[in-house]
Design a protein around this ligand. Structure first.
Ligand code: G6P
Length: 611
């Protein structure tokens, strides 16, 4: 998704803006640009289609030098990805705007502004903001006042930053539906859509809230809330120095993040396990009281987070006896939903800013749910702020667009939720909680064992490099794991991959199986194993090459066209977490063999903050 960086300082800020953009690259984008109020008193701009590196190269040839500037990475929504549509957008030669989000009434505004004589040079919705603001400046010359009156006419979502050559003492910004954070320096201040972009220059941040307008000068910050009242926003000191945005010894962020899983799962469990039970208060002080009333659970999420929700459904129903529905947020938010009495609304999101998930939560508040819980990786996200209860996963910053450690920590959070609900409601079988708490404590070690199979999986990946289609099979709670495996392969290697519950094989997908379509199966040693083995025979009989991740106690071995990779034995409930690891590694190594952009796959964004 789009990224914003801005700065007002006494030194040249171009390098700071560029570094900020680089730190936002992980969010996904297709073009980049920067505008600076140059030392000779004019606004100057350089934009490039493609990567920030291309912008950097262009700037090396035509350097911009100034003390006030804004920069942007764009992910196309209105108008093709090209230099003309890249931000910053100008109105005249004195006003520059960068914008994240979508202006829904841009067509009407465009017509109106064209009628007033404004000439558009891009196809974007953003350009209407620049011209509208220019128009407002005719009535009120103060930039901040003009921005306040401009945003009143915008419908949709925006995080925006503006600079003007006529008032070069400030950077002005507005937030509605798209996050913005002010970075506080000494005699210099900054703005970004994500604090990560500014960690190079400060560790003190002020998060704008919905409807806020900010006027940021070198030595002062003024904020007005949605009602136009002056407000103070808390200054937060960011301390987690360990989360440096670098790859360390790894070739890609994704591989680094896969290998971080034992540590981040461990962190997600910290302070949440008692001797033989889960600490329900980990979900918040009112959790026990709320959980006692829960008779149903509705989970809503997108992408990988949705798959975590699907695994949780098996757990909630089989362990805690609580009926559970799971739905992708983009569907849930637009259909008429019948809410069963006493249903807990659970949203799952790595970023906490996914537009559909947030909208679903906001709708849910009108629908009579018992309460809302967010399982989220970002403590300062909108989803967390707007939910009644929160369980923060402790995955740390996830940079690779394809989600890995966020998923496994979400699963851990969801298992803690299952056990908490069962505990409070008294629906768990005797001894189950104590046993699973014990297993959870051992989980980081088990995950480490699975990661040690790295080189075996790298070898198996060779089978896939020249294939165009793959089938993933799983049964029970391993079906969503198969879905997640297929999603990973699609996302980063661009190989078409589909997941099926193994029992559905005969009802269609078997027709596709031949020696050009490898079949990947996750097969833990549970009561469905024998049934799964028959499904695998059906594949072999059609010449399909099989890759089976099987429990070391499942007595499965290599045969012609069958590659068995033995997995450490694990309690069946935790198997979905463990079996995710080899599937992540498999996708990773296939992508490396294919030479794709592993961390920033084409067309995808890390955080989808627009519909
Ligand atoms: C995007 C990302 C996925 C992610 C999904 C949901 O599509 O590329 O990796 O699973 O959004 O994001 P969330 O932050 O809500 O978990």
């Amino acid at each position: 998704m789009c990224g914003i960086v801005g700065a007002v300082a006494e030194r040249n800020i171009t390098a700071i803006l560029l570094e900020g953009l680089k730190r936002l690259e992980y969010r996904g984008y297709d073009s980049a640009g920067v505008a600076v109020f140059s030392n000779n008193g004019t606004l100057e701009r350089v934009r490039r289609n493609g990567k920030v590196a291309e912008l950097e190269q262009a700037l090396a040839g035509e350097p911009l030098v100034g003390r006030l500037g804004i920069a942007h990475t764009r992910w196309a929504t209105h108008g093709a990805p090209c230099e003309r549509n890249a931000h910053p957008h100008f109105s005249g030669s004195d006003l520059a705007v960068v914008h994240n989000g979508i202006i829904e009434n841009h067509e009407a505004l465009r017509e109106q502004l064209k009628g007033l004589g404004y000439v558009f040079t891009s196809d974007t919705d953003t350009e209407v903001i620049a011209h509208l603001l220019q128009h407002k400046l005719k009535e009120q010359s103060d930039l901040t006042a003009a921005l306040k009156s401009t945003v009143k006419e915008l419908h949709g979502a925006y995080g925006l930053a503006v600079i003007s050559a006529k008032q070069p003492d400030r950077l002005v910004a507005a937030r509605s539906g798209s996050p913005l954070v002010i970075g506080l320096g000494l005699g210099e201040n900054f703005l970004a859509s994500d604090q990560l972009a500014l960690r190079q220059v400060t560790d003190r941040f002020m998060y704008l809230e919905e409807g806020d307008i900010a006027e940021i000068r070198r030595d002062s910050v003024h904020i007005w809330d949605v009602n136009g009242q002056t407000v103070e926003r808390e200054t937060v000191q960011y301390r987690d120095g360990a989360e440096a945005a670098d790859k360390g010894e790894y070739r890609h962020y994704m591989l680094k993040e896969i290998h971080e899983q034992p540590a981040v799962v461990q962190r997600t469990l910290e302070n949440r396990l008692g001797h033989d039970h889960v600490l329900v208060q980990a979900f918040g002080p009112q959790a026990a009281e709320l959980f006692a009333k829960v008779r149903n659970v509705q989970i809503v999420a997108c992408g990988t987070s949705y798959h975590a929700g699907m695994v949780a459904r098996y757990w909630l129903e089989s362990l805690a006896g609580i009926p559970c529905q799971v739905e992708v947020a983009s569907e849930f938010r637009y259909r008429k939903v019948v809410v069963q009495p006493d249903t807990l609304f659970v949203s799952i999101s790595q970023s906490g800013e996914t537009a559909d998930t947030l909208a679903a939560l906001r709708n849910a508040k009108e629908l009579g749910f018992l309460g809302s819980l967010a399982i989220c990786n970002v403590g300062i996200s909108s989803l967390v702020r707007e939910s009644d209860l929160t369980l923060l996963t402790q995955a740390g910053r996830e940079i690779g667009v394809a989600s890995t450690k966020a998923f496994t920590t979400q699963l851990v959070g969801l298992l803690l939720l299952t056990l908490s609900l069962g505990q409070v409601r008294g629906t768990l079988e005797a001894g189950v909680e104590a046993q699973l708490v014990e297993e959870l404590r051992r989980l980081p070690t088990r995950l480490g064992e699975a990661l040690a199979m790295d080189t075996t999986i790298e070898k198996v990946a060779e089978l896939f490099a020249d294939k165009h289609h793959t089938l993933f099979l799983g049964r029970g709670a391993q079906f969503p794991v198969a879905m997640e495996g297929a999603l990973k392969l699609k996302e980063i290697s661009y190989i078409h991959a589909e997941a099926y519950p193994a029992g559905e094989l005969k009802h269609g997908p078997l027709a596709l199986v031949d020696n050009d379509m490898p079949v990947v199966t996750v097969a833990p040693n549970n009561e469905l194993l024998e049934k799964l083995k028959s499904n695998l025979q059906e594949v072999r009989a059609r010449g399909g090459e099989l890759v089976v991740f099987a429990d070391e106690q499942a007595n499965m071995s290599d045969g012609e066209g069958t590659h068995v990779i033995n997995m450490p034995h694990i309690n069946d409930v935790l198997a979905p977490i463990l079996y995710t690891i080899p599937l992540q590694l498999l996708s990773y190594y296939v992508a490396v063999l294919k030479g794709t952009d592993v961390d920033q796959p084409r067309n995808l964004a890390k955080s989808v903050t627009v519909e």
